[in-house]
Design a protein around this ligand. Structure first.
Ligand SMILES: [Zn+2]
Length: 352
């Protein structure tokens, strides 16, 4: 293989999961959403024009899944995220339930806002247009207050979903996002979210506690379940490959998926506490949420009350003190203090 070509470039520089977007591009463009150059049918890879190394060009950055992609709204240049789902599928039914004016009007609704749903004629697909967000746990938390704010929003949001008789059923860090607009004002690249533009260098951010409010959202309702008869009688029977730790999961014995949600959120809180030793005081909240017996797990509202109770006992100065992830070395602490962020070395600086 030519040194200037990415893996697989002999046939096409696009990953197989990306190719569908090239077919969707003209339609999405006609509906006011522009994809990056890489996904245009007439795209000519920059590195072939400049006869240079592919990794020096933004259009070499791939996305390795075929359902979700970033785009720019033509009308105002705003970055958004598009998700392709089945027009008649279960996920769309859940989404329609979450975007009703009354559901959206509730401040506890922490499901990702949907700007628009675009149905693609003559195909089974619709595109959800959503705000551009990033993983909720990076950049790192500055202080205990930031942790409490994030976890509170997710607990409140889960309570809200459960009151609508919807179990998310796939709660995990990758499905929990934050609106980065205030925290990372220089933005991030969808393929390399720890860079601003896809190239290496300094990734700088504002502490969340200095730019409040910061909104957190649940995304991805692809596994979500709706129980019109209510939460208490809800039963489901399915194993989840990605969650081997949940004790009651079974494809033979039915269980209540709302209690699985609580376990999954509790597991996520455990992981945050594992990452930041200074958060240890909050451990009992996560421990209760991950009780082996599903019936011993609190409701999200009760977990939130528990979190607030612990928080109330911590002095305000301690809550706003800087905390660090346990593997944070001196160099990172210095670059954060002096330069305002961390340096990443994904890609060389562009030369053209
Ligand atoms: Zn802070």
């Amino acid at each position: 293989m030519d040194k200037s070509s990415p893996p697989g470039a002999e046939k096409s520089p696009l990953h197989r999961s990306e190719k569908a977007w090239v077919n969707f591009q003209p339609f999405l463009s006609s509906r006011g959403y522009e994809l990056r150059a890489r996904y245009h049918p007439d795209w000519i890879p920059s590195w072939t024009v400049h006869r240079s190394f592919y990794h020096e060009y933004e259009d070499s950055l791939a996305v390795y899944q075929d359902q979700v992609l970033d785009a720019t709204r033509t009308e105002d240049g705003k970055k958004v995220v598009l998700k392709r789902i089945e027009t008649d599928g279960d996920e769309m039914a859940i989404i329609k339930y979450l975007v009703t004016p009354s559901a959206r009007a509730d401040p506890r609704n922490r499901t990702i806002p949907i700007f628009e749903i675009i149905q693609m004629p003559h195909t089974p697909w619709s595109f959800l247009v959503m705000p551009y967000c990033r993983v909720f746990n990076y950049p790192p938390f500055h202080c205990r207050n930031e942790f409490v704010d994030a976890v509170s929003q997710f607990m409140e949001g889960l309570q809200f979903m459960h009151e609508l008789n919807i179990a998310h059923f796939d709660i995990a860090p990758q499905n929990m996002v934050m609106d980065e607009s205030r925290v990372v004002p220089n933005g991030s690249h969808f393929s390399k979210p720890r860079t601003h533009t896809g190239f290496h260098g300094l990734f700088a951010w504002n502490n969340r506690c200095t730019v409040l409010p910061v909104n957190y959202y649940f995304i991805d309702f692809g596994l979500s379940l709706y129980f019109p008869n209510g939460r208490d009688t809800a039963l489901h029977c399915e194993t989840l490959r990605t969650f081997p730790d949940i004790p009651e999961l079974s494809d033979k014995v039915s269980y209540n998926p709302f209690m699985v949600d609580i376990f999954q959120l509790g597991l996520t809180v455990h992981k945050l506490i594992d990452a930041y030793p200074a958060l240890e005081a909050f451990r009992p909240v996560a421990t209760d949420m991950t009780a082996t017996n599903p019936h011993e797990r609190p409701t999200p509202a009760n977990s939130l009350a528990h979190l607030r109770e612990i928080t109330a006992k911590i002095p305000a100065t301690t809550l706003s003190d800087q905390i660090w992830e346990k593997d944070t070395g001196l160099w990172k602490k210095v670059t954060r203090a002096v330069l305002g962020g961390y340096r990443y070395d994904y890609l060389p600086i562009p030369t053209n």
